[in-house]
Design a protein around this ligand. Structure first.
Ligand SMILES: Nc1ncnc2c1ncn2[C@@H]1O[C@H](COP(=O)(O)OP(=O)(O)O)[C@@H](O)[C@H]1O
Ligand SMILES: Nc1ccn([C@@H]2O[C@H](COP(=O)(O)OP(=O)(O)O)[C@@H](O)[C@H]2O)c(=O)n1
Length: 217
């Protein structure tokens, strides 16, 4: 079973996707980390993420980079959003994500374009959202817990800028797939949003099974 979880920054998609993976016993990939690794590599190579050839040159990174806590910072998130605009960057990361999604037994992936581009055939798709202010408060608390002194205003401004860039780019923009179930976590606790996510996945999987049975009857 492939489960695609998409949504904007700090909507709760990672929390939900990780828990769905545990619940269904599936491997999990946070695809945002791949784009964050490219961004950090661009910085280390002293290249410019706005230049497509520079960003592409940074796509060849060591897997160990994915474990570096620096990838979780706000600045790297912003640079990732700049580098991920380029079609050739997305192409360079495409096969790795497809392979992960297509492994025997399936997988859970979260990102921006999982349900639309990486795994359009996914058995279940969620599009997770929450208001920008609530997302900024969550991300601010998270960054503060990790030792950052960034202000809430700056986090909110960064989230708004990232939403705009991610949803207006021409290559694989942030958009809900037509067949994705919407899950607004603004006023749900983590526990309640997980519960709802499991209900939505189970419902999509049951509907798909019914449809397949009908077609082959
Ligand atoms: N429903 C929720 N209520 C409160 N906090 C949440 C909720 N969902 C996630 N969080 C917290 O918000 C932060 C961002 O969540 P995360 O799952 O990493 O978002 P995303 O993967 O969409 O960027 C984390 O600190 C997480 O614990
Ligand atoms: N599948 C994906 C995942 C992330 N990204 C980009 O990478 C940036 C960082 O993604 P992320 O998922 O780690 O960010 P958060 O939602 O955790 O803040 C996003 O703002 C997107 O621009 C993407 O383009 N496609």
């Amino acid at each position: 079973m492939i489960i695609a979880v998409d949504g904007p920054a700090a909507s709760g998609k990672g929390t939900i996707a990780r828990s769905l993976a545990r619940h269904y016993g599936l491997p999990y990939l946070d695809t945002g980390l791949l784009y964050r690794a490219v961004a950090e590599n661009v910085r280390r190579m002293e290249l410019n993420p706005e230049i497509e050839a520079d960003a592409v040159a940074a796509c060849d990174f060591e897997d160990a980079l994915l474990d570096d806590p620096v990838l979780r910072t706000d600045d790297v998130g912003k640079m990732a959003s700049i580098a991920s605009v380029h079609p050739l960057v997305r192409a360079a990361l495409f096969h790795r994500q497809r392979r992960f999604a297509n492994q025997p037994g399936g997988a859970v992936l979260d990102g921006r374009d999982i349900g639309t581009v990486i795994a359009p055939e996914a058995d279940a798709k969620l599009f997770v959202r929450a208001t920008p202010t609530i997302r900024a408060k969550r991300r601010h608390a998270e960054l503060r817990d990790n030792g950052s002194s960034v202000s809430l205003d700056k986090v909110l401004a960064d989230i708004r800028a990232r939403d705009l860039r991610d949803s207006t780019r021409s290559a694989a923009p942030l958009v809900a797939a037509n067949d994705a179930a919407l899950l607004d976590t603004s006023f749900l606790s983590i526990e309640a949003s997980l519960q709802r996510a499991i209900e939505l996945v189970d419902r999509q999987v049951a509907l798909r099974a019914e449809r397949d049975a009908y077609r082959s009857s």
